[in-house]
Write a protein that binds this ligand. Structure first.
Ligand code: NAD
Length: 356
């Protein structure tokens, strides 16, 4: 069996604490026979401290040679006054861009035991399990021309929404293949009634869909999608959309679950090499206290096994262990309801390990 080369980038704040628990999960998989080699690197504020740059060359080399990267989080108040180019968050943008990680996968899962954490009625969200696939390197966020300039005596701000066929094709393939690994339903979100760019989006997604007859494809306008996500989110399985709509809808979907410490994410290139990270930040307010929830990071390892390494049984083993831990009533403070037993970061890692 080939060895899975994984770069570990713990980052700042709670990053090192939560990543340590995810590394214990990787160690179990290794002990049980998977070929896994880990190498650690610096990104974000800790990299600025050590080298003056948030994404140093050594980290770029490490990431280039790895098959997958596991990242904790970056940033913290200590770095807020640095010049923009040295901010920790720049490290994150730099690694995504340098490795061409164009496909952002964000599951929004609400475990039945945590249904109270959502601001929506439990019957609307309990058991929610959707996956948002967002294009990450194109669209109006990168389109040219852009700027603010003076025209006819007043300032004008402008951006360009642009996608070419191949950009749409590659994200559509990722989404269809993700749907094949789930419930084989894909909903593509656009605004084709107003925007030509997204008319092309719809046409190309339709064309790519012919290669995936086992997946049921539907389309929805983005304004309706925003409504449907809060009205009846369980109608969705996999959702695919462009960079800007995906930015908004993926945050909306993650908030349906109400538990930021539970949600993993993946950013993939066209060979399924990926950067895996929790969706939350470095939580400086609770760093170093052994109270952060490590489950989003542990679930990021499950996504890594599924999407980069095609190890579905390892992915399910981790996800099932997390489900059991929740069913057994273990909670970190961010997901606890009154009367529940609250445990720390490391103890949550222990609980997951003992259920694997
Ligand atoms: P945050 O996600 O770090 O924290 C928001 C709130 O959620 C805080 O109260 C925090 O304690 C809590 N929280 C987050 N993760 C948790 C966990 N695993 N367990 C328990 N509670 C958790 O967002 P913020 O406070 O807006 O940002 C803090 C820093 O993180 C900033 O420097 C920001 O730029 C950075 N940030 C980094 C990333 C990333 O690395 N991908 C993402 C978002 C923010």
């Amino acid at each position: 069996m080939t060895t899975m080369k994984i770069a570990i980038l713990a980052g700042d704040g709670i990053g090192p604490e939560i990543v340590a628990q995810a590394v214990r999960v990787l160690d179990v998989l290794k002990t049980d026979g998977l070929g896994i080699a880990l190498e650690h690197g610096l990104i974000g504020g800790c990299a600025v401290d050590a080298t003056g740059e948030p994404y140093p060359e050594a980290t770029h080399k490490l990431a280039t040679h790895a098959d997958a990267m596991l990242l904790g989080a970056v940033g913290g108040p200590k770095y807020d006054s640095l010049p923009r180019a040295q901010r920790p968050e720049r490290g994150l943008l730099a690694i995504r861009k340098a490795l061409n990680l164009f496909a952002n996968l964000r599951p929004a899962i609400l475990y039945p035991e945590l249904a109270d954490a959502s601001s929506l009625k439990p019957e609307v969200v309990a058991g929610l399990d959707i996956l948002i696939v967002r294009e990450l390197t194109g669209d109006i966020y990168f389109g040219e021309p852009r700027g603010i300039e003076e025209r006819n005596g007043q300032r004008v701000g402008f951006n360009t929404m642009i996608y070419n066929e191949s950009e749409i094709q590659r994200i559509a393939h990722v989404a269809f293949q993700a749907a094949q690994k789930r419930n084989r339903k894909l909903c593509s979100i656009d605004k084709m009634n107003v925007l030509e760019c997204t008319q092309l989006w719809r046409d190309v997604v339709e064309e790519v869909g012919k290669e995936y007859p086992d997946v049921t494809l539907s389309h929805m306008l983005v304004d309706n999608a925003a409504m449907q996500l809060v009205r009846d989110p369980k109608q969705f399985d996999v959702v695919v959309t462009g960079n800007m709509f995906g930015d908004i809808l993926s945050d909306e979907a993650s908030m349906l679950t109400g538990s930021i410490g539970m949600l993993p994410s993946a950013s993939l290139d066209s060979n399924n090499k990926g950067l895996y990270e929790p969706i939350h930040g470095s939580a400086p307010d609770i760093a170093g206290k052994n109270i952060a929830n490590p489950l989003a990071t542990i679930l990021s390892v499950a996504m890594m096994m599924r999407y980069t390494f095609n190890q579905e049984s390892a992915a399910q083993r981790i996800e099932n262990a997390v489900k059991k831990v929740l069913a057994q009533g273990f909670r970190t403070s961010d997901i606890a309801s009154p009367g529940m037993r609250i445990i720390g970061t490391r103890e949550m890692g222990d609980a997951v390990l003992s259920n694997m």
